[in-house]
Design a binder for this molecule. Structure first.
Ligand code: HEM
Ligand code: HEM
Length: 184
């Protein structure tokens, strides 16, 4: 039916809501990850930042998975004709890479912590056992992945946010695909 096949004007409400919750959490989690490793922090500050980072990262993982499922189940809005084909292709690639890198960051962080024998407080509280065996070698490899993947993640976030702001200023309707997070 024509009505059903017409692309919507916006992403589904849950997709929009999760986009902004995940965006805020990621934008907080990256600096927390860097700051918590600095010398000279008091023990209690460092512990608090580690707890926020690890558990926040697990929540990001769960929200990204939920988002991917919901995104697959609901139609996406079409880009306006004013967006050149190459830009539409780059945007799709960047958005896919953002999802992928968030999963890589969360999974490598989890493995680094669990293989190293450290707690993930939220998961310990619900009695979830570690999904990986204790192994220093595995922990080190996961740490290397975690420390490396942050660079492409940060670069793509900057590119994505710059493109988002460009659409906001151009008022071409693309920003309205993902905004507001609630309602409409
Ligand atoms: C860490 C921060 C962010 C991440 C990881 C992220 C990720 C994503 C992803 C994966 C999509 C694709 C939607 C989907 O297919 O489910 C998307 C869409 C979008 N994002 Fe972000 N985003 C972030 C922050 C921002 C910010 C700050 C802005 C505003 C300047 C923004 C503007 C947009 C817009 C306008 C779209 C819709 C694009 C379209 O219709 O093709 N994003 N974002
Ligand atoms: C999308 C989610 C995540 C992002 C964006 C992220 C980002 C970062 C960043 C930028 C750093 C600093 C890296 C460095 O300076 O070497 C870091 C460190 C760290 N992250 Fe994450 N992280 C995420 C999820 C997690 C999760 C889920 C865990 C554990 C459950 C975790 C555990 C750690 C640990 C233990 C470190 C310190 C690594 C070390 O020992 O040097 N992260 N993270």
């Amino acid at each position: 039916m024509a009505v059903l096949s017409t692309p919507p004007q916006q992403y589904a409400a849950l997709t929009r809501f999760l986009h902004w919750v995940v965006a805020l959490m990621v934008i907080a989690t990256i600096p927390i990850g860097v700051i918590m490793l600095q010398e000279g922090l008091s023990r209690s500050t460092q512990d608090l930042l580690f707890i926020l980072h690890k558990n926040g990262g697990v929540i990001i993982f769960l929200l990204v998975v939920l988002r991917l499922v919901w995104r697959a189940a609901t139609p996406a809005p079409a880009l306006p004709a004013s967006v050149p084909e190459w830009q539409a292709r780059v945007a799709k690639l960047v958005q896919g890479a953002l999802y992928g890198l968030l999963l890589v960051m969360a999974i490598s962080g989890y493995i680094r912590v669990r293989a190293g024998g450290f707690p993930v407080e939220m998961l310990d509280a619900i009695g979830m056992p570690s999904l990986v065996p204790p192994s220093e070698a595995l922990a080190e490899r996961a740490q290397a992945v975690h420390a490396t993947a942050r660079f492409p993640l940060a670069a793509l976030i900057l590119l994505h946010v710059a493109a988002g702001l460009k659409h906001l200023v151009a008022r071409d309707g693309v920003f309205g695909h993902i905004w507001p997070p609630l309602g409409r």
